[in-house]
Design a binder for this molecule. Structure first.
Ligand code: TXA
Ligand code: MG
Length: 336
């Protein structure tokens, strides 16, 4: 790791996969696509590899990692299984859902930061599956962004954060889902959603009959997007407005433009229609899935194109939009 690296971005084929495997077995890191966001993969069985992930991301050492496996992998090698997990796997996997089980302690203890649980994910993305099948080991992977920065949904986004820190980025194109997997604790009688995503509480209830949100119990970060939870942030100046403050937001836009800066609005389709023709707009779209697939992509576009991103709050009416809103508010939490 002491020589300066310059990450290669390669399509997923036998040659790049062989190189990926060699890197991973030497405790190196390989970025790979999934249907949610790109992951920064490491050999989950190796303490050294897991330490390297935390170091490369600048990630706090008390935030555990998700282990990724191929659909054919027997999860009982790594965790204690149960009926709720079996039902959820059958209904939703492979797909954008991570289940937290009691761990058998097989993977490096650094993966779960000393907790007795292990988060497992089985991605559906074709490139992710080829990669996991080829390397044949469980892969611990956080999202492939520097800690606090916007999650990556293209190989180029990964390159911008890790060009000099990793050797190889497997390129599977743009991620379709666009926000991270739903994380559900299945160690108890009732599944508990720890992180919202594209698989919703309603989806889980339709299979298990019950489901809770951790945030409802602990009144944690959902309601106070304060600086403590700064996360997903673009490296750009930002401002955040209520929907009722559109005129104030427009005035800020004009002031920015007059001072020679390039402002962009970020908003949903309804607000975008009001702004159309007069302002630069990063339009998140009309429904939850569309907004999920565009949010991180457009935050990265904002970094590239704008000096200031002026965000207008969303109006979440369904669970998927609530999941998007959770990231959106954190991304703009440090705004004026
Ligand atoms: O979609 C995804 O999940 C992406 C792709 C790459 O798979 N990965 C991802 O990883 O978002 P990361 O590291 O950015 O987020 C992992 C989340 C964190 O909220 C972490 O606290 C939680 O999973 N987590 C991991 N292990 C856990 C455990 N044992 N108990 C509770 N939460 C856990
Ligand atoms: Mg992340």
């Amino acid at each position: 790791m002491n020589k300066a690296m310059n990450a290669s971005i390669l399509p997923i084929d036998d040659e790049s996969l062989e190189r990926a495997k060699r890197i991973l077995l030497n405790d190196g890191l390989v970025a790979f696509p999934t249907e949610t966001v790109y992951g920064l993969g490491a050999n989950a069985l190796s303490d050294g590899a897991i330490r390297a992930v935390y170091a490369a991301k600048g990630r706090p050492s008390d935030n555990p990692l998700i282990v990724h496996v191929h659909p054919s992998f027997d999860v009982q090698k790594l965790v204690y299984d149960n009926d709720i997990a079996k039902k959820l796997r059958k209904a939703f996997l492979p797909g954008p859902l991570t289940l937290v089980y009691k761990s058998k302690g097989v993977v490096s203890s650094f993966v779960s930061c000393g907790l007795d649980t292990l988060a497992l994910r089985v991605p559906s993305d074709g490139g992710a599956r080829k990669f996991l099948e080829y390397v044949g080991i469980p892969i611990a992977a956080p999202s492939a962004n520097l800690s606090k920065h916007t999650s990556p949904v293209t190989a180029e986004h990964v390159y911008n954060d890790f060009a000099d820190k990793i050797e190889l980025i497997l390129d599977g194109g743009r991620c379709s889902g666009g926000i991270e997997s739903t994380v559900i604790d299945v160690t108890g009688e009732t599944p508990v959603i720890l992180r919202k995503g594209l698989v919703t509480a309603a989806d889980v209830k339709s299979v298990i009959g019950r489901c809770e949100y951790a945030a409802e119990n602990s009144a944690l970060n959902e309601r106070s997007p304060g600086t403590k939870y700064r996360h997903y942030c673009p490296n750009t100046e930002t401002a955040l407005f209520e929907r009722s403050e559109l005129e104030v937001a427009e005035a800020l836009y004009e002031r920015c433009a007059e001072s020679g800066k390039t402002p962009f609005f970020m908003c949903d389709e309804i607000i975008a229609q009001k702004l159309r023709g007069k302002f630069n707009v990063l339009n998140l779209g009309a429904d939850g899935r569309q907004m999920a697939s565009r949010l991180y992509f457009l935050l990265h576009e904002g970094e590239r194109l704008a000096d200031v991103i002026i965000a207008v709050k969303l109006e979440p009416s369904d669970e998927v939009t609530m999941s998007v809103n959770n990231r959106f508010l954190k991304a703009f939490a440090g705004s004026k």
